[in-house]
Design a protein around this ligand. Structure first.
Ligand code: WT7
Length: 658
């Protein structure tokens, strides 16, 4: 299944096989729910659409009920609950207050410097109403787009819900992305408003955010009319009169009276950009009714949520889809109490996360394998210093979790008593698709295991035929699901090409997978040129195009090399242009690393830029990244017989080893 271009299939944790026989029986503590959950599989198996319709009605409050569950008359363009009407923010906020839960804590916020804020549902509702009024006063109306460039502070959640409340789509841009990346996303979505902060705290130091917004908008030619600025850390900011507004002056002074208007179920809720196989990020569009149904359903069932008593904490940043579905929409629609933490896990010390679990009595923790592996490296005596006995469910997301990390998570963090749920999904799927259910599924370290009720995920071969147990191939979804992406913003053809053209009538996820002898699914990594670095998706093409955009670079090839902690690391091979080739290579490599950081963001900076005289190409001129990956991963170089010049790889391997 791998081609010359394939970067994903070889990144699988190869030790999976040896652990396959290990499994943990369902925990009896979950037995009561298990019976109910088992019946969900049966119900969904019998009638998938009736199942989702029932979930939509049970989990959400509709202003107008829907009569049609799914309109799939124009595939792959789906309409879920099409004639129903609802308001996302009302579902996440007001109705909990109306139900008498206004005093329940929605957010325990902890800033990196140790400042704290608590918002009850009543308070959060009030803040969102003010922001909705303020954004409306700035001219934002239903159907508009709002760019959000904020750190992990409550205002991020408030902003997203205020947009949803007035029917405007938010486009959150991760605060680690560069000014250029921000601008291209603003332009693509034609955003009218940007909400940002003066800065944030990173590893004990203030770091600026608004400067990037200023740089992004410097030419005065964007569609942005206003910038609302939260004061977070007192960083000095430049001010553009007429355009810039302090949050304190606009939002905090606005009226707290606001009635949420219902929108149709297919009203765009947000755009979130993600890397694809070409240089240009894709604006993934999610809409309201179906997305909220599946976000709430999965949050409730995968984590066995009990909103009255649980304290939930998802460590993801709102700049990624996990922050959308499992910090903002899932938990709040379910009326959960959650922790939001602004900073890094090692500030001011490496026990910070565990200190927070102890302090707030966190019961459900959802994080990424890369974080777990980092904590493993720091040593188990660090979590050992804290009382983690409140924890009862542990989740993992973002990349395949190697069995060692899974076992460590279960033993050291979960005290051998908490089920670990490895959840597979994507920006495009909107919500969890494949995951064990606590108490129902016997857990297997390293496997995401089974499609959730109502999800028809499968593994198929080259021809699209389902592989049997023990077989490997491509992960697909056979039938539409409620939280599926509706299109790529402004590019429906790319939507069809990327996801729906590989296999007739099926959604192609871009991941390799296999089924073990029990039929459980094991994810094997991407089969396209998308890398996964610390659970963040990066495109080889995007980084290559940044590198060749530098005047010193003639050609570039980027691969993701397996890395113990981050999953993959970005390794670049570049050929310099003419006279640049004579410059000091170490200095030039560093210049190019910084260049990528400035172009895309610090997360995209290659770990290593190797300057090479030639790249390995086939006779037809195609770069054989597979061979570069061998070098980058310290393997013997594979079959190079199709190279135009077979000596090229010897030189590259020798230089890399230096
Ligand atoms: C890609 C999606 C899902 C939110 C965070 C990432 C990989 C994600 C798992 C998992 C194996 C996983 C896949 C997928 N991935 N979760 N549990 N096991 N791989 O969202 O940036 O859209 O990336 O992340 O390769 O395609 P994303």
């Amino acid at each position: 299944m791998s081609s010359d271009q394939s970067t994903g299939s070889e990144t699988a944790p190869m030790d999976n096989l040896s652990h396959e026989s290990r499994s943990f029986a369902p925990d009896p503590a979950f037995a009561r729910d298990a019976v109910a959950q088992q019946s969900l599989y049966a119900e969904a198996g019998e009638d998938r659409l009736a199942f989702w319709a029932a979930q939509a009605r049970e989990l959400l409050t509709w202003e107008t009920d829907f009569t049609e569950t799914l309109d799939w008359s124009n595939p792959p363009f789906a309409r879920w609950f099409g004639d129903g009407r609802l308001n996302a923010a009302y579902n996440a906020l007001d109705r909990h207050v109306e139900a008498g839960n206004g005093e329940r804590v929605a957010i325990h916020f902890e800033g990196e410097p140790g400042d704290t804020r608590t918002y009850t549902y009543a308070q959060l509702t009030e803040e969102v109403k003010k922001a909705a009024n303020a954004f409306t006063a700035l001219g934002v109306t239903a159907g508009d787009r709002v760019a959000v460039y904020l750190p992990m502070i409550p205002e991020a959640v408030i902003t997203m819900l205020a947009c949803a409340r007035i029917g405007a789509a938010h486009s959150v841009v991760f605060g680690g992305f560069s000014a250029d990346a921000l601008r291209s996303r603003i332009d693509d979505a034609e955003a009218k408003l940007v909400v940002t902060a003066d800065g944030t705290w990173r590893r004990g130091k203030p770091s600026a955010l608004k400067t990037a917004v200023d740089a992004a908008l410097a030419d005065g030619k964007s569609t942005v009319e206003n910038v609302v600025v939260v004061k977070r850390n007192g960083e000095p900011v430049e001010w553009t009169e007429g355009r810039d507004q302090w949050w304190a002056d606009t939002v905090e002074t606005a009226s707290a009276e606001h009635t949420a208007e219902a929108f149709e179920a297919e009203q765009p809720l947000y755009i979130l950009y993600t890397s694809g196989t070409t240089g240009r990020p894709k604006g993934i569009l999610h809409t309201t009714g179906g997305y909220l149904t599946q976000a709430a359903f999965t949050h409730r069932n995968v984590f066995d949520l009990r909103p009255e008593t649980d304290v939930y904490w998802c460590t993801a940043d709102i700049g990624w889809v996990t922050g959308h579905s499992y910090v903002v929409y899932g938990p709040l629609v379910n009326g959960a109490t959650q922790v939001i933490y602004e900073g890094t896990p090692d500030t001011p010390h490496q026990g910070r996360w565990w200190e927070l679990v102890q302090k707030y009595g966190v019961t459900i923790l959802y994080t990424a394998p890369t974080a777990i592996r980092t904590m493993m490296k720091w040593g188990e005596d660090i979590p050992g210093q804290y009382d983690l006995s409140s924890l009862r469910v542990l989740g993992s997301v973002g990349e395949p979790i190697n069995p060692e990390a899974w076992m460590w998570y279960r033993r050291v963090i979960g005290g051998e008593r908490c089920p670990v749920v490895d959840t597979w999904w994507q920006t495009e799927t909107g919500a969890i698709m494949i995951s064990p259910l606590p108490g129902v599924t016997a857990a297997k370290p390293g496997s995401a295991q089974v499609p959730l009720p109502g999800i028809t995920a499968d593994v198929v071969d080259e021809t699209g035929a389902s592989v049997g147990d023990g077989g490997a191939g491509y992960l697909v979804v056979r039938e539409p699901w409620p939280s599926m992406l509706r299109t790529i913003w402004g590019d429906p053809d790319r939507f069809v090409d990327t996801y729906w053209s590989r296999f007739e009538g099926m959604y192609f996820a871009g991941d390799g997978a296999r089924k073990d002898d029990d039929g459980d699914v094991w994810l094997l990594g991407r089969v396209d040129d998308v890398m996964n670095v610390s659970g963040h998706r990066l495109s080889t093409a995007e980084i290559e195009s940044s590198l060749v955009g530098h005047p010193a670079v003639a050609e570039a090839a980027v691969v993701g090399a397996a890395d113990e902690t981050t999953g993959q690391a970005v390794i670049a091979f570049v050929i310099l242009r003419g006279s640049a080739a004579d410059e000091d290579h170490d200095a030039m490599s560093e210049t190019l690393r910084q260049h990528v950081g400035k172009d895309i963001g610090a997360i995209a900076k290659p770990r290593k830029v190797l300057i090479v005289p030639e790249l390995p190409k086939t006779r037809s001129g195609k770069i054989m990244r597979r061979l570069l990956k061998d070098v980058a991963e310290g393997r013997e170089v594979g079959d190079a017989t199709t190279l135009a010049d077979s000596t090229v790889m010897n030189q590259i391997a020798a230089d890399f080893a230096k």
